[in-house]
Design a protein around this ligand. Structure first.
Ligand SMILES: Nc1ncnc2c1ncn2[C@@H]1O[C@H](COP(=O)(O)OP(=O)(O)OP(=O)(O)O)[C@@H](O)[C@H]1O
Ligand SMILES: O=C(O)[C@H](O)COP(=O)(O)O
Length: 479
């Protein structure tokens, strides 16, 4: 790649500085702190604080908040860890997991992350003598479709759990009932793809009743599907009590809600991906919480154009120019330091073998498109990230599927790995950024890698997830 003229710094909005020189933002108000969805005690995550209000359970529904110094009643979701051994021993437990893993043409699992993530809950249940009725969807089948059968998952599941998992050919009906009846304590029965019934996605109550009839209690560990109100994620909770959260679901909420709503500061968000339109909700929500916002990916060209720059043939959403201007103004008003890349890697076509060069963001020639952030931007972003204590990342910095344009995304992944090693909380918010982190081989060192794409986006947008809302509330904790 040929480097062009020296990059200029573009649109770096002022940062509020503390006396130590670090960027800071006003602490969120107590009511704000209490207004997010959530689950577990922050103490467990190292969020212990001298301020008891920061150490409360992040509430799924805070019912009573009226001001400084008062008692806050927290209503976290009940967890599988809250159930006693006696409540589990010999019980039939319907576990909804998200085992929607990618399979190749030969039905081999190409990424088993979601299976591995489901194991702690399953093991906990079998170690406590429960009978596990495990269910999931795979893909988006229209009716019974053999290529979406869960059968290819059985060997890996058995290997990871350490016992032979039995596989049912259906998710309801007499054959399943027979298998459930013969399931020993500590056994695992995997139901067939719940989406083979159209009633699943319709959240049909009669269908939910049939699923519920298989078991004594319900555990939802399917974070990746918690944004769907389906029979096995939401409907079933009306007929099975208790209905509690699994360990994975809890951990996702701990990080994507807990760590994001009461972060160690300075707190930065990195948002990339293709379009600003798909990230508006996330950006607006994060602007309420972060000190620093770094933007990359295809969406930056809409921001550039809104600022009067020429963007060549880069991806631009013409109908979002005004929105981009508004978001920049919002960041400024809130004292959030918004950083747009100062230089970009441009290509003469959208292809892995395109000719490329590095240019300042203000100098993209006609006929060329920006496909990655440039070296100067990487340095600026890295310097900003060096000041942080919590970072959340959603969306790649460029077209990382093409090696030539993966440099910016990989540099961010490496930077976050480095920061993680220094005690910074690093959260990867699902989707393509997770793929990028895995490609670089640094997934294991991050504080949290979300198993949910759509679900993590919705949480970050501040939305409530039906699969979480439907669960039993924990015993209120007064602090
Ligand atoms: N400059 C760019 N021009 C065009 N496309 C880009 C650019 N930068 C990144 N992309 C594309 O954006 C896509 C990812 O965007 P998306 O918004 O889907 O991210 P994500 O939120 O991480 O993923 P998911 O939607 O799976 O959760 C990638 O396929 C990448 O190639
Ligand atoms: O892969 C996912 O994001 C989840 O498994 C949810 O799948 P869905 O988008 O088909 O509901």
């Amino acid at each position: 790649m040929a480097s062009a003229t020296a990059p200029t710094t573009l649109s770096l909005l002022p940062t509020t500085k503390s006396s130590s020189g670090q960027s800071v933002a006003p602490s969120p108000s107590r009511v704000q702190l209490s207004s997010f969805l959530g689950a577990r005690p922050l103490r467990r995550l190292g969020f212990a604080s001298a301020d008891p209000l920061l150490a409360v359970q992040v509430a799924s529904k805070v019912r009573s908040v009226s001001g400084r110094g008062m008692r806050v009643v927290s209503m976290a979701k009940k967890s599988v860890g809250d159930l006693s051994a006696a409540e589990l021993k010999g019980k039939k437990v319907f576990v909804r997991a998200d085992l929607n893993v990618p399979l190749d043409d030969n039905q081999n699992i190409t990424d088993d992350t979601r299976i591995r993530a489901a194991i702690p809950t399953i093991k906990h249940l079998i170690q406590n003598g429960a009978k596990v009725i495990l269910s999931s969807h795979l893909g988006r089948p229209k009716g019974v479709t053999p290529k979406y059968s869960l059968a290819p998952l059985v060997p890996r599941l058995s290997e990871l759990i350490g016992i032979e998992v039995i596989k049912a050919e259906d998710s309801i009906g007499p054959e399943v009932e027979k298998l459930v009846a013969s399931l020993p304590d500590g056994g695992v029965l995997l139901l067939e793809n719940v989406r083979f019934y159209k009633e699943e996605e319709k959240n049909d109550p009669e269908h939910a009743k049939k699923l519920a009839a298989l078991a004594d209690l319900y555990v939802n560990d399917a974070f990746g599907t918690a944004h769907r109100a389906h029979a096995s994620t939401e409907g079933v909770t009306k007929y099975l009590k208790p209905s509690v959260a699994g360990f994975l679901l809890q951990k996702e909420l701990d990080y994507l809600v807990g760590a994001v709503s009461t972060p160690k500061r300075p707190f930065a968000a990195i948002v990339g991906g293709s379009k600003v339109s798909s990230k508006i909700g996330v950006i607006e929500s994060l602007l309420e919480k972060v000190d620093i916002l770094l933007l990359g990916g295809g969406m930056i060209f809409t921001f550039y154009k809104a600022q009067g720059l020429s963007v060549g043939s880069s991806l631009v959403e013409e109908d979002k120019l005004e929105l981009a201007t508004t978001l920049i103004a919002k960041a400024k008003a809130k004292g959030v330091s918004l950083l747009l890349p100062s230089d970009v890697v441009i290509a003469d076509k959208f292809a892995p073998d395109a000719n490329s060069q590095i240019v300042p963001a203000s100098a993209i020639p006609d006929g060329w498109m920006g496909l990655d952030i440039g070296p100067d931007s990487i340095k600026t972003f890295n310097d900003a990230l060096d000041t942080t204590k919590t970072v959340i990342w959603n969306g790649p910095m460029g077209v990382f599927e093409f090696d030539k344009f993966a440099v910016g995304t990989e540099a961010i992944a490496k930077k976050l790995a480095d920061l993680s090693g220094k005690g910074v909380t690093t959260i990867i918010g699902g989707g393509d950024s997770v793929a990028a982190v895995e490609k670089v081989g640094v997934a294991d060192v991050m504080s949290h890698i979300s198993t949910g794409g759509g679900a993590s986006l919705e949480l970050l947008e501040g939305k409530e997830l039906p699969g979480v809302l439907a669960l039993d509330e924990a015993v209120p904790v007064a602090v």
